[in-house]
Design a protein around this ligand. Structure first.
Ligand code: DX5
Ligand code: ZN
Length: 220
């Protein structure tokens, strides 16, 4: 699978979001990662559908919306209308995970399921036939700029192998948190193909150089 880089706008300048996503696209980003936090599922509050709607006209890239919220089923329609191309919900936040995934897919967009570092791969086994992506959190969600947790590599490998066994090799595995040019090769080797990078891209003056450095670390 071609490796995708998805800069997270969490580390961008919120006062100039439109310009920030346009610059990420011009710098070689593949998707734009949008972190939605509600102050309940995670101890931080970020943004909602109006911001997704506001950035949509500034990029042609897929908006990859990561919902770190409780009761995500209540907000799916709003995020779809705002322009999300993919919505990822946390397995830990969904009692009816299978139902929520299908609610997302019924809107004709891609659906992902996310796992916190402390949640075993087993929690997504029963929906691997239903999702377009599994998001393996490589930090505890809530904040940008945290250190990569190496123990998550084994889980990436385990999920990639389960997907292969099920004949679902086309399902993306996204990693999120602490991705840099040092950690990127490790997660790609384990089977990840979508790399979220917040501070490693938006924390740098030259975003094109930052994205190029991550790609070069993968030997491409
Ligand atoms: C963490 C968010 C991430 C965050 C990553 O809760 O889900 O997307 O922005 O930031 P970095 O790449 O700086 O670890
Ligand atoms: Zn995220």
């Amino acid at each position: 699978m071609t490796i995708k880089i998805a800069p997270s706008i969490l580390s961008s300048d919120f006062a100039r979001l439109g310009a920030e996503v346009a610059e990420a696209e011009a710098s070689g980003a593949d998707w734009i990662h949008v972190d939605v936090m509600d102050g309940h599922f995670v101890p931080n509050i970020t943004l909602g559908p109006p911001i997704v709607k506001a950035i949509k006209p500034h990029t042609s890239l897929l908006l990859d919306v990561h919902l770190m919220i409780e009761n995500p089923e209540l907000y799916i329609e709003d995020f779809v209308k705002a322009g999300a191309g993919m919505i990822t919900v946390h397995a830990e936040a969904c009692v009816h995970l299978h139902r929520v995934i299908h609610m997302i897919k019924e809107h004709g967009i891609m659906a992902g399921v996310a796992l916190n570092p402390g949640t075993p791969a087993a929690h997504v086994q029963e929906v691997l036939d239903d999702v377009d992506m599994v998001l393996v959190m490589t930090v505890n969600p809530g904040f940008g700029g945290q250190a990569f947790i190496p123990g998550t590599i084994r889980k990436i490998r385990e999920i990639r192998s389960s997907l292969r066994e099920r004949g679902r090799a086309d399902v993306h595995i996204e990693v999120d948190g602490g991705i840099t040019k040092e950690t990127a090769p490790l997660v790609v080797e384990a089977g990840a193909d979508v790399l979220v990078a917040g501070s490693a891209v938006f924390g740098r003056e030259d975003r094109a150089e930052a994205i190029t450095e991550i790609r070069q670390s993968l030997g491409g």
